[in-house]
Each structure stands twice: as structure tokens, then as C-alpha cells.
Design a protein around this ligand. Structure first.
Ligand code: PMP
Length: 294
């Protein structure tokens, strides 16, 4: 079913509207000038994993673009929980989005209404854990993550996904699952919708997120690794170094932990560490049962 003609409801500016009626005008500022920010969240067992972190990032993403969401952190969390409850789903993908509205056209539209919507849908992992361990194939992206002086790189802003869509389409057209982007200096950055982690000699190596999104999932995986006594090296990584890594995997809310078998000319074999972290992450995201009182 196309995404705009599904059944259900979408939380839209404070109330629930029919899924098919959750629309914007063609003269919406966000459509013309990219003034939208969003989040990608997953609910497991009826709870949004790291809802606080994602909601906080949504607020900050908007602030970086110069607008303030008309809802507090607590209101956003309550709306997200209400949208999840209304969906009737227990395991789901959650997409909050906020954007500048349509009262004024032109680059400058500081008083346009800020709108917000939250849609919830079923989006299971594309691969089962066993399939995931075969690893996905990536190619190099035609675009680089830009210099932080040229874009607001810490905002999860819709406009910054333009080069991701072009890169992902180019990869898919050649039979790959995704594309790996370098940054403006030529260091390894991230894929079009997830951060990347490499393994060498039992340690993790991951690009320092100084010019792209600081993945909440990557932070969770780093914490899990630390608990397992696995050292994490967050640093600049040159593409030439890829020959020295044995395992590689993507980390992101949608991707979770997805092992990689191939990046351009480089080959990887999903191994013990990818498998351990993939399962440990799926365990970590499940709501923790509060121990019954004695
Ligand atoms: N980088 C990009 C470009 C993304 O779109 C995402 C998904 N939100 C990530 C990284 C992963 O971030 P997170 O783990 O916070 O979902």
C-alpha cells in the first residue's frame, strides 16, 4: 500500500487525523527550502527505545535550523507514546517530523507556523539475524559529507538527505544495498542512513562523528561493547585502512546492527564481534522488566 493511502491515523499538530488526510500545502516552506527536521525511532515491546534522546535531538535539530518546536520535550514524548498506542503496534518504526509552514513564500519566512506530525508504522528488520550475518554489499557514494562550515551537520535536517538519496539510488542501480560516504577531507564518514563501525584485533574503530549525525544507536553499541570489555576507538579513518579491518557493520535505528560483507574493492566476513553486538543490541532494546517486589 502506498505510504499516502494507508489506513490508520497520524498525530498532526496536536490531534489525530486520518492517515490519508495528513497533508501539506504545495507552498509549504519546507518543501521549497528544506526547512524540516525529523527523527527515526523504533519501538520494541511497546516502548520507544531512547525516546528521550530522540525527542531531545528533534528539538535541537529544529533549533539549529532556527526554529522552535511548539511543544515541550514532555509533550513530544507524550504525543509519541499516544501515536504508538493508537497504532496498536508493539514493534514499530516511529517518524516524528517538524517543518515550517506555508503562510509566507520566500527564503525568509520567520513567522510561518511550525507544524509537527508523528507517524507510526510497521517496519520490521529487512533481514533476519541469520540473513544479516551474510552481510550487505556497499559501494562508494558519489558525494561526500560536507564541511560543517557549509551545512548544519548536527541537525537531522531533511535537506541534508538530498545527497543520501542520490547516493543510495546510484548504489541500488548497481545492485548494492547502500553507499559509504567519505567526508569533505576524504576520511570515511557513514552510509546514507547509518553510522559505520569496523573491527580489527578485537577492537572497534569508528569514524569520529564530527561532520555527520552522532548516531544514538552507535552510542548504545559502544556502551555495550565497553561492557563486554571491547575497546572502542573513535577516530579519523582513511579509506586505505579498510584493508586492515576484518569485520564491519552499520549502526542505526532502522539498520540496528547490520554486518557488511563488501565495501567497494574491500571484503569483510561478519564474525564473532558483529554477531555478539548484533544480538546484544537486540537484547538491549527490549523493555527491561522491572523485578517484581519480594
Ligand atoms: N546517519 C544518518 C545519515 C541517519 O539517517 C541515521 C538514522 N537516523 C543515522 C546516522 C543513525 O542514527 P541513529 O542511530 O540515531 O538512528
Amino acid at each position: 500500500v502506498p505510504f499516502d493511502s494507508r489506513d490508520g491515523v497520524i498525530w498532526y499538530d496536536g490531534k489525530f487525523v486520518d492517515w490519508k488526510d495528513a497533508k501539506v500545502h504545495v507552498l509549504t516552506h519546507a518543501l521549497h527550502y528544506g526547512s524540516a527536521v525529523f527523527e527515526g525511532e523504533r519501538a520494541y515491546g511497546g516502548e520507544v527505545y531512547k525516546l528521550r534522546e530522540h525527542s531531545q535531538r528533534l528539538i535541537e535539530s529544529a533549533e539549529i535550523l532556527g526554529f522552535k518546536l511548539p511543544y515541550s520535550l514532555e509533550e513530544i514524548e507524550a504525543a509519541t507514546n499516544a501515536a504508538l498506542a493508537r497504532s496498536g503496534l508493539v514493534d514499530a518504526y516511529v517518524r516524528p517530523i517538524a517543518w515550517r509552514g506555508s503562510e509566507n513564500m520566500g527564503v525568509s519566512a520567520p513567522s510561518n507556523t511550525i507544524h509537527m506530525a508523528i507517524a507510526v508504522w510497521e517496519w520490521p528488520s529487512y533481514f533476519s539475524p541469520a540473513e544479516k550475518l551474510k552481510g550487505i554489499r556497499l559501494t562508494w557514494a558519489p558525494y561526500r559529507r560536507p564541511d560543517p562550515l557549509t551545512i548544519p551537520c548536527k541537525s537531522k535536517a531533511a535537506g541534508l538527505y538530498m545527497i543520501c538519496t542520490i547516493s543510495k539510488h546510484a548504489a541500488e542501480a548497481q545492485g548494492y544495498t547502500d553507499a559509504l560516504m567519505l567526508d569533505y577531507r576524504g576520511y570515511v564518514a557513514e552510509s546514507t542512513g547509518a553510522n559505520i563501525v569496523f573491527v580489527r584485533d578485537g577492537e572497534l574503530h569508528t569514524p569520529d562523528p564530527d561532520c555527520f549525525l552522532d548516531s544514538i544507536t552507535r552510542q548504545s553499541v559502544e556502551a555495550i561493547a565497553a561492557r563486554h570489555g571491547i575497546k572502542v576507538n573513535r577516530r579519523h579513518i582513511l579509506p586505505e585502512e579498510l584493508t586492515t579491518f576484518t569485520e564491519a557493520f552499520l549502526v542505526g535505528t532502522a539498520a540496528e546492527v547490520t554486518p557488511i560483507s563488501e565495501i567497494g574493492e574491500h571484503r569483510f566476513k561478519p564474525g564473532k564481534i558483529s554477531e555478539l553486538l548484533m544480538h546484544a543490541y537486540l537484547d538491549e532494546v527490549q523493555p527491561k522488566k522491572v523485578a517484581a517486589a519480594e
